[in-house]
Design a protein around this ligand. Sequence first.
Ligand SMILES: *Cc1c(COP(=O)(O)O)cnc(C)c1O
Length: 231
Amino acid sequence: MDEAPSLRQRLESVRERIGRACARSGRDPHTVRLLPVTKGFPAGTIRDSMALGLGEFGENRVQEAEVKIASISPRPRWHLVGHLQRNKAKRATQLFDVIHSIDSQPLAEEVSRRALEAGKKIACLVEVNTSGDRSKFGVPPDRVRKLLEAAGAHDGIDLRGLMTIGPLHGGPAGARRAFQDLASIRAECTRAGLLPEDADLSMGMSDDFEIAVEEGATIVRLGTALFGRQA
Ligand SMILES: *Cc1c(COP(=O)(O)O)cnc(C)c1O
């Protein structure tokens, strides 16, 4: 039986695939950031990744991340990519550098309040529910502008862009539609002055990141493609 590919090989292969998707869509590969998502994997996996030069990581639960974040130094940049409950906003603002999952005005308000308490301004993305199926989280597309207006008024929040999770069903065409939707929402919100010119599009996971890159992703969130399936 063949040996399982090493992390180094998986990373190379993912970078090649991102590179080819960029070539197909006329993009500069430097405009796409690879965000390894380490949920379910131990601190050792993160250390191995750091040894290969990776410097930022995504986790999807505050509690799970807490233990790992405490045990790893030097500290990489930490992104919260999973749903955030309001009662965990305090911990989240202390632990993370970027929150990808702002999806309501009360959550934005609480995150801002807690960030200011911690003496910081935290980078945030608004999560948009572009598919309606995979997740009950994320703000519906027609309410993004309102949420950006509200979140942008809070001093503890630095609005950096938008995030979405591709649909579970609908195959590549469904994923492409969702990513196109997010890209056009970003364009509209940038024109309206609600997002910066270089606003991030956090979209694409192991099954659909090449499509996401073709549609303009600036951050792809990869777990399985880099680390394999969880035992
Ligand atoms: C787990 C997770 C990922 C990575 O998923 P893979 O399919 O394993 O690449 C990306 N984004 C979020 C929000 C996740 O929870």
